[in-house]
Design a protein. Structure first.
Length: 387
């Protein structure tokens, strides 16, 4: 009997990993439906090595540089691999968008051609994928060294999250599906699988998922309410207007913004729910006779200690991306009430405070679910034995 229980427990722990790996493979193979929506149909995309540069056509006006940079390129891929050609790097006078190349750089290029003749080569950006792969590899190695099998599960959850967002959520949004409902569905699936990778499919998983998703629902409702009250349009999101000009005029950017509020805070909500569930489980393991309400109180005490730092985590995560904007306000002497009233700042206030509401509510929700699901086992066992 004991061996059967151990086998069942092992299956519950291994099943989420098998499901996660199967979903990763499925999503890798699944098309998004937008593979044919290429901006340049008669063009070849590849990497190129910059062998020489000509900066004579660049015009310097203080910090702003305009004109064009001509580069001699050796194409490293595509149908013209190995050929040497000239590429044009257009400068628009924007430090944010412009880039400059030096000999030895690798560049991403778009080769326009007709038959076997190259018509033009446009240099889009520096080639960074190789270095990104190295960074990701170092992260994976460190994670596995420090966390072992748990690190492997964390990598699987990370990859699954990326694929779910890119292969499921983004295509659904582009196809006009309701952003809030689809965001909630994807968040629920990810919450379930990510927490199951930690615990397996057991009572702890059910407890943490229930508490986390209730917190996400609170964040969703408040996000919808305060986005309307603050009169924030979804166009405050970076590059969102480009979608409208690209032929997606029917997209509801405001609902996408609303969904981004609870999606952005769901990771911190999951983290706190797992912390509380693990703490209550440890208490119950040490005190099997503990009552459910005592277990709930223990979970609440853990939640109170964790909430202080978790809300600050959201604040730092969101405000870090707007530090330059805050510096501009200060340099111009903008009054604080004008800053707080500015729509970009107001949108970040909604993100931070509404996301923090989710963290505040997930603590009592998870304390309740973990207390009632994990405690009282001794009484249940006694009743079963009596029957």
């Amino acid at each position: 009997m004991k061996s059967l229980l151990l086998d069942a427990e092992k299956r519950r722990y291994c099943a989420p990993l098998a499901i996660c790996l199967a979903l990763i493979v499925l999503l890798l193979l699944a098309p998004t439906g937008f593979e044919g929506a290429l901006q340049y149909q008669q063009a070849d995309r590849c990497t190129a090595l910059v062998t020489a540069v000509d900066d004579s056509a660049i015009i310097d006006t203080g910090l702003v540089r305009s004109g064009e940079q001509r580069c001699t390129l050796e194409l490293l891929g595509g149908r013209f691999e190995g050929q040497t050609t000239t590429g044009i790097n257009m400068l628009n006078g924007s430090l944010e968008q412009d880039k400059l190349f030096v000999p030895g750089d690798k560049a991403m290029v778009v080769v326009s051609y007709q038959g076997d003749e190259i018509l033009s080569v446009t240099m889009t950006d520096h080639y960074r994928i190789g270095k990104e792969a190295i960074l990701a590899g170092i992260f994976a190695v460190f994670l596995i060294l420090f966390a072992g099998r748990t690190g492997l599960r964390a990598i699987a959850s990370f990859v699954l999250t990326v694929l779910m967002l890119w292969k499921v959520l983004v295509p659904l949004y582009l196809n006009g599906w309701n952003p809030i409902f689809m965001g909630l569905l994807v968040t629920l699936v990810l919450t379930l699988l990510i927490i199951a990778l930690v615990y397996g499919f057991d009572r702890r998983c059910l407890s943490a998922v229930s508490g986390a998703f209730l917190g996400v629902l609170v964040t969703c409702v408040l996000g919808i309410l305060f986005t309307d009250l603050f009169q924030i349009h979804g166009a405050v999101m970076a590059y969102s207007e480009s979608l409208l000009y690209a032929g997606y005029q029917d997209l509801n950017l405001t609902q996408i913004f609303m969904a981004s509020i609870f999606i952005g805070s769901s990771g911190a909500v999951m983290d706190l729910s797992v912390d509380i569930t693990s703490a209550v489980h440890e208490v119950v393991e040490k005190r099997p006779d503990i009552s459910r309400w005592e277990a709930v109180r223990s979970g609440m005490n853990v939640g109170r200690a964790a909430m202080g730092t978790m809300t600050t985590t959201l604040l730092l995560a969101y405000s870090g991306g707007y530090i330059a904007l805050l510096m501009v306000f200060m340099a111009q002497g903008t009054p604080i009430w004008n800053i707080l009233n500015y729509k970009y700042v107001a949108s970040e206030i909604v993100h931070t405070i509404v996301g923090s509401f989710g963290l505040v509510t997930v603590a009592p929700f998870t304390a309740l679910t973990s207390g009632f699901l994990l405690a009282g086992r001794q009484k249940r066992q006694a009743l079963q034995e009596a029957e």
